[in-house]
Design a binder for this molecule. Structure first.
Ligand code: 13P
Length: 249
């Protein structure tokens, strides 16, 4: 397979700066000889600390969100310009916790995607259906809508800096993983959607991560599937003991 595996840790709202630094140090040492592409996304408050540790290593620095505007009267928001200033290379957008807990809709996610790309950041665009959407037979259509709407106005050149993460909401933090077969089927569908938007080469090249209760004992089976090109890991990214075996599957 020509696509590189991309394993990312989304630390969500966990860890102080010193805890973040300790984990980042363990990971830079343990993954030095890792063969895949790696990223960690700590909380905003730990970005500078972790950035100084991973700098020059094979681990990229990611943020978990950004504002849809560059600057201005947006109390509590963080701008892409501020992220870049801290050395952030990639931003995770459209995570299900942003969509469902913080009510971000496709249009807002799209504005963030375009702004991040415009300022030279790479993007991990998360898509995924709720349990009731899956049970109603709408998993594909939900993922298609979130992909198409999230990428509206994104040029083919800019799309080359986008990774898609398929995270079925019912599998996040629940211990329920999609079976490798179920996940692969949605990944294949998303790849087809990308083909419709950007052509066959883009479809072949796009990296599609799976997220949702990825653990050391299920990572290899997921990654073995043709259309699964990496993982976006939550809970198991919070310790080196769990993340390193996933990253080195
Ligand atoms: P868990 O790995 O804890 O299920 O979280 C997945 C996730 O949401 C990563 O962004």
């Amino acid at each position: 397979m020509a696509r590189n595996y991309f394993i990312a840790g989304n630390w969500k709202m966990h860890k102080t700066r010193s805890e973040s630094a300790a984990l980042a140090k363990e990971l830079t040492a343990a993954l030095k000889d890792g063969r895949h592409k790696y990223l960690v996304a700590p909380s905003f408050t730990a970005l500078e600390t972790v950035g100084a540790i991973v700098k020059g290593s094979n681990i990229l620095l990611g943020a978990q969100n950004c504002a849809a505007e560059e600057q201005g009267a947006h109390t509590g928001e963080v701008s892409v310009l501020q992220l870049k200033d801290l050395g952030v290379q990639t931003v995770i957008l459209g995570h299900s916790e942003r969509r469902h807990t913080y009510k971000e809709d496709d249009a807002l996610v799209n504005r963030k995607v375009r702004l991040a790309l415009k300022h030279g950041l790479d993007v991990i665009l998360c898509v995924g259906e709720l349990l009731e959407e899956r049970e109603a037979g709408n998993a594909e259509s939900v993922c298609e809508r979130q992909t198409v709407e999230g990428l509206k106005g994104v040029s083919a050149a800019d799309f080359s800096r986008v990774t898609i993460a398929y995270e079925p909401v019912w599998a996040i933090g629940t211990g329920k993983t999609a079976t490798p077969e179920d996940a692969d089927a949605i990944h294949a569908y998303i790849r087809k959607v990308i083909g419709g938007l950007y052509g066959a080469d883009a479809a072949k090249g796009v990296v599609i991560q799976y997220g949702g209760s990825v653990k050391p004992d299920n990572a290899a089976a997921l990654m073995a599937k043709e259309n699964i090109d990496g993982a976006l890991v939550g809970g198991a990214s919070l310790t080196a003991d769990a993340f390193v075996p996933i990253a080195k599957f």
